[in-house]
Design a protein around this ligand. Sequence first.
Ligand SMILES: O=C(O)C1=C[C@@H](OP(=O)(O)O)[C@@H](O)[C@H](O)C1
Ligand SMILES: C=C(OP(=O)(O)O)C(=O)O
Length: 430
Amino acid sequence: MKAIVKQTPVLEGEINALSSKNYTTRYMLVAALAEGTSTIRFPAHSEDSDAMRRCIRDLGAELIEEGDTMTIRGFGRHPKQIRELNVGNAGAVLRFLMSVAAFCTDLTFVNTYPDSLGKRPHDDLIAALGQMNVQVEHREGKLPITIRGGAPKGGRIEVSGNVSSQFLSSLLFMTPLLDEDSEIVVLHDLKSKVVVGQTLEVIRQAGITIDASPDLMHYRVPGRQRYEAKEYIVQGDYPGSAAVLAAAAVTRSDVRVLRLAEQSKQGERAVIDVLRAMEVPLTHDNDIVHIKGNGKLKAVEFDGDHFTDAVLAMVAAAVFAEGTSRFYNVENLRYKECDRITDYLNELRKAGADVEERQSEIIVHGKPEGVEGGVEIDAHFDHRVIMALTVVGLRSKLGLTIKDAHHVAKSYPHYFDHLKSIGAQVELID
Ligand SMILES: O=C(O)C1=C[C@@H](OP(=O)(O)O)[C@@H](O)[C@H](O)C1
Ligand SMILES: C=C(OP(=O)(O)O)C(=O)O
């Protein structure tokens, strides 16, 4: 699918935020790791959440969905002994289930996206599983990956947090089920640390005890625990909504996004602070973010690691700000669906933006007068590149054509419908 995005000066209306991707994957996982029947209200519907649905079903969970309610009867620590799992393009699903696969004797994770998830590194988790008596066969840390487990051990486990927090989250979900106690020590830095807070929140909601150090670098996990079957409610998604908010910020607008909890543990909640710092007129009350944009933005400097999945959307807004913006501590954006620094900035430059990259920084020299556009954009298999370039297209003189825009469905299948409903001029061509 191609998305033809035309210059759109005004956006007006109300959007019900999509459901959180990160909470949906986590609730489905802890429901699968419980032995009774759990209920999840308002689960996300997207390629990534469908990947989790498919995988936990294949591993033996029973899923029933009616309207906005999903019930899951889990398999506890006894997944079905299957040979192969297809995780789509979902990094979190792959990595979370790699630890669960330690309870399987011979399970291969296969690669349907060689140019996206197929290129992403998993070495740090592979090394941690190796310390737990789990044999892992892999291609230089990448897919396809075969896990030969059966009798995983606890004890001291070291894992690097330099590349992704998903490796640590994966171990935190699985180690409570071991016969032995575990001590998890995070080596180096821990990137996307805020997301680990979501992991701990969900694990604790499921009745599991984990003792975490305040800096989240050290954990004591008692073994022989059991996940309890519970009822969960999925909140609205900040990372996806960040792109809608960025669109409202760069146009003249009167846009309300509903279901964005003020007290959320989602790191991308910080986009409210980023947009406020950009002097975008907004209010956030009763879980509604209301932007009355005038198209004027000020440059900002932020540590982007706190809102990793919303950096691209905030960069797109900064393209139109007065002054030079800087998003630092974002090196691990290079290991996501594409290299979200080099690949993304190349597309922004094509659109007419003035951007520079460092190894772990994105620098944006704002152009309040707008960009030229009139070019075709490569999506690099990346939903967040697609969403962010759409924001840029709305304020480009000649519009932008985004190739392979269907990859937006990885997290936000209704993104273009939502934008069109508030007046964005976007045409979709199959
Ligand atoms: O744990 C999770 O659900 C996620 C963690 C983050 O990844 P990294 O820890 O690799 O930054 C984030 O980008 C991803 O979308 C979801
Ligand atoms: C990086 C992302 O997802 P994942 O790592 O789960 O593929 C994302 O949703 O932006």
